[in-house]
Design a protein around this ligand. Structure first.
Ligand code: NAP
Ligand code: 8YV
Length: 314
């Protein structure tokens, strides 16, 4: 029988996928070890292990102490958990799971847009609590004819745009490079905010976008308008957002991601003009299974010496 390959699993990113990896490889569940055990285990794997699987948004930095590591197969598309300076130095390739989660994340984006503009969470409470018997629920904002600004018109952003068109929204966007699409291009984020009634962030995380959505962006978006975030929480100056929401600089927000997950600032959770989701953009059974299958395909390609199915090139 051929010898089974050894695979490090850095964190408990998706138990059903990890169970399948356990069946295919000699796996080391790194997250279950204390720091001392991790160091000695990684030292013992030197020269014997070339691959790790990990969440894309966070990994264990001790992985980089393994010189024989040449692939980190990430579960997730946003690879802000990876230290690309380190992977470049060590010649470690990185794969991620693009495309298979676009529909699920775009669905949640539209859900958040409807939830904030029509007050769906408050409306549910109004019906449930009996407050309806004392009067109707407050009027919401219609979408038809308004402009949705998309910060980051990539794979997910384009799926958001397709869905938004069906709601008769006009589309504006900002990327570093103009795309060959029939939507209005804005050269910077403040211009996008000024052109929009609702801005959705779908930018990747990482150093280039950290705190890029700041006080001046929220002032540009302006009173009566809405902010949605399904990208990364680190792209938002959360204090500036809380200030904008609590002083009427903007009307409301719908958030799936936060700067320091799973910890939300109490000043944010206290506000009633924000809808808060626990990072569930890709959280459907089908999507998470597809993400896990892509992790497994990348690992299989790596061990077979074939081209990776979805290598991330920074
Ligand atoms: P993508 O296809 O790479 O799209 C990202 C877009 O952002 C690109 O069109 C890119 O265009 C633009 N962009 C990148 N850096 C920029 C910058 N500094 N300034 C302006 N525009 C910039 O990525 P995707 O697959 O759509 O995923 C986007 C992000 O969504 C992920 O990185 C992840 O953080 C987040 N996400 C969240 C969830 C969730 O559960 N909430 C799930 C999946 C993904 P240019 O290169 O032309 O600038
Ligand atoms: C997470 C994501 O992987 O793909 C990404 O970048 O943010 C998500 O799909 C997922 O939410 C697991 O927490």
């Amino acid at each position: 029988m051929p010898q089974r390959e050894t695979l490090i699993i850095a964190n408990n990113f998706h138990p059903p996928t990890i169970a399948k990896l356990d069946a295919d490889y000699d796996t080391v569940h790194l997250w279950k070890l204390n720091e001392e055990e991790k160091a000695s285990t990684l030292a013992s794997l030197e020269g014997k292990c070339s691959a790790a699987a990990s969440a894309s948004w966070a990994t264990d930095p001790l992985l980089y102490t393994l010189n024989s590591l040449s692939l980190i197969a990430c579960f997730g598309v946003g690879v802000d958990g990876i230290d690309f300076k380190q992977t470049a130095i060590q010649g470690i390739r990185v794969s991620n799971t693009p495309g298979v989660l676009d529909d699920a994340v775009a669905d949640i984006a539209l859900g958040l847009i409807l939830a904030v503009t029509r007050g769906l969470i408050g409306a549910d409470a109004h019906a449930r609590s009996g407050a309806w018997r004392s009067g109707p629920f407050a009027l919401g904002q219609g979408l038809a004819g308004k402009t949705l600004g998309i910060a980051g018109l990539g794979r997910i952003g384009l799926e958001v745009a397709r869905r938004a068109e069906a709601f008769k929204l006009n589309i504006a966007y900002h990327n570093r490079r103009r795309k060959n699409v029939g939507y209005t291009y804005c050269a910077d984020l403040n211009a996008l905010a000024r052109a929009s009634d609702i801005v959705i962030n779908v930018l990747p995380g990482g150093p280039e976008t950290t705190n890029i959505l700041n006080a001046s962006f929220f002032e540009s978006l302006g009173a009566g308008n809405y902010f949605i975030n399904v990208g990364r929480g680190q792209s938002v100056d959360e204090e500036a957002l809380i200030h904008a929401l609590s002083t009427g600089v903007i009307a409301g927000a719908g958030l799936d991601v936060y700067a320091n997950e799973p910890h939300l600032p109490p000043a944010l959770t206290a506000l009633d003009n924000v809808v808060l989701l626990p990072h569930i953009g890709s959280a459907t059974l089908q999507t998470r299974t597809a993400m896990g299958d892509l992790v497994r395909s990348n690992l299989a390609a790596h061990f077979a010496g074939e081209i990776l199915v979805s290598e991330f090139l920074p």
